[in-house]
Design a protein around this ligand. Sequence first.
Ligand code: FAD
Length: 461
Amino acid sequence: MKTVLVIGGGITGLSAMYELQKWKKANHADLKLILVESSSELGGKIRTVKDGSFVMESGADSIVARKANSMPFIDELGLEREVVYNSTGRSFIYTDGELKPIPADSVFGIPASIESLANSTLVSAEGKVEALKDFFTKNETFTKSDSVGTFLEYFFGKELVEKQISPVLSGVYSGELSDLTIASTLPYLLDYKEEYGSIIKGFEANKKRFQSNGEKKFLSFRNGLRSLIDAYESKLDEVEILMNTKAAKITKSNNRYHVKLNNHEIIEADFVVLSIPHTAAETLFGDEELVKEFTGFKNSSLISMYVGFDVPDSILPADGTGFIAANTDELSCNACTWTSRKWEHTSETGNLLVRLFYKSSHPSFTALKEMNEEQLLQVALMDIHKGLGIIAEPVASEVTNWTEQMPNYLITHPKSVEALENKLAETFPGVIIAGCSYYGVGIPDCVENGVRTAEKIIEFL
Ligand code: FAD
């Protein structure tokens, strides 16, 4: 009998196990399936917390609907009736002590029409006039490997970029615009400049590409993303699941593997899936050459805080769903989602629930990461007071510190993955890396990677 051991019960490990079990049942195979999870809950970065009438997601909060729709996992898990979609609305930028709407008809803060530029309340009249140079300045030097920040500033001027584009774009792509290339962000900007002579004209000519037609972009489930994890768990009836069980070491023995657990037991397996963060995976091996291959992977940090109030969320600006903070010297948070507005299911009573994001790129993060939950909550309340003008006592809160838990793909990422795969195939054939450290961070990517990982193993069964 062959044994497959999956280490890590996040969405990737669960998806891999589900696929392996499906094959086992269909083929009446003599196959032992074991999953070990170090914590007391399955789900990893998907964790729903309920507090009173609020539903809070300490990690991921939604799935990109377009990607999920092209994947069968929601129907297959019987969750189609549980699906809820986000409400759409306006986002704001908090700057100079007030909330200003991101103009309609803009893409990542870049005006997609002359009206959008004219109507902006984020940029001064001088800034708007300067931005008009986009219409008459030709591109003579820029290529897609140039900085997107320098490119945008050259054609739109400093003010529009600093006050309207950068807060949005650098939030989405997690970095300073000066460090991000056109190729790795919005390569079509250069194409528009070349083809239409102006970025704005390019957007106007390609309007359809950016129109949402009221389509819902994100989905979750009535009881939170936890439903996804529960659905997998309830279906894994032929898998031995060991909770509170941490894999500590992998050694090879006659083409099989011995995986030592923290309780000193040893599991023998023919195939081992490492659906754990790369920082956890590298500690399992004694092989120095192999451990070196993990150095190409990096993580960043994020603190997520929810605060719920006994106040109706209608006190916030109409249609709003959140804000991005433009200046690091005004607020400690990078962004704030008005969760109860965006996701109706998260607040049974319609009372206000907000989520604040604190990224390691923010200068205040150095102090925040040393704080305890109570101190962090005070920081969040201060930001809520300044940003939203609310001074009510919170009735619910949830703080999660994702220090060094957010994979940060470097430009060299694909090469690092390939090198690690090759080294593993050479030194530990049958041990397979999987999950968000390597193959995409989005939930659909992780589900798909789980399926592909199972298929790789099935080829050899
Ligand atoms: P993980 O979820 O990290 O699972 C790994 C598991 O392995 C964990 O359960 C861990 O306890 C366990 N483990 C670790 N070491 C060991 C060991 N030695 N032995 C046994 N078990 C071990 N994605 C989206 O699609 N939409 C979003 O809205 C979104 N928002 C996010 C917000 C935040 C704050 C975070 C942190 C992530 C977000 N993501 C989002 C990304 C997404 O949640 C993750 O990429 C995905 O859930 C990762 O799944 P995984 O199974 O690969 O890894």
